[in-house]
Design a protein around this ligand. Structure first.
Ligand code: SF4
Ligand code: SF4
Length: 90
């Protein structure tokens, strides 16, 4: 199975769990989740990646530059001259 490529990545070393990105997200993609491994006791997580519309409201609102909408690239499938299906990632 192909590895899921998240549209949004949180830098856990920079995130202060302030929740701003969660409030501004129009699609309710992000959630504050308890995480006892970090000093804040909670961490912003991508909970519903499939709903993300890549608007970048989260990235542009984060005061700590801790969240980034990543380039998920393009996957193209086409037929070669022999009719074989070829998939290329860009
Ligand atoms: S706005 Fe930034 S610092 Fe605040 S919870 Fe979101 S990613 Fe973390
Ligand atoms: S890019 Fe937009 S839809 Fe996606 S997580 Fe950020 S604010 Fe939500």
């Amino acid at each position: 199975m192909a590895e899921e490529r998240l549209p949004v990545v949180v830098n856990e070393a920079l995130c202060t769990a302030c929740g701003i990105c969660i409030k501004v997200c129009p699609k309710n993609v992000l959630e504050l989740v308890e995480d006892l491994h970090v000093w804040t006791g909670a961490m912003c997580k991508v909970a519903r990646s499939e709903d993300c519309i890549r608007c970048k409201f989260c990235e542009n609102s984060c005061p700590h530059f801790a969240i980034e909408v990543v380039d998920i690239g393009l996957e193209l499938t086409f037929k070669d001259s022999k009719g074989n299906l070829i998939t290329k990632s860009k």
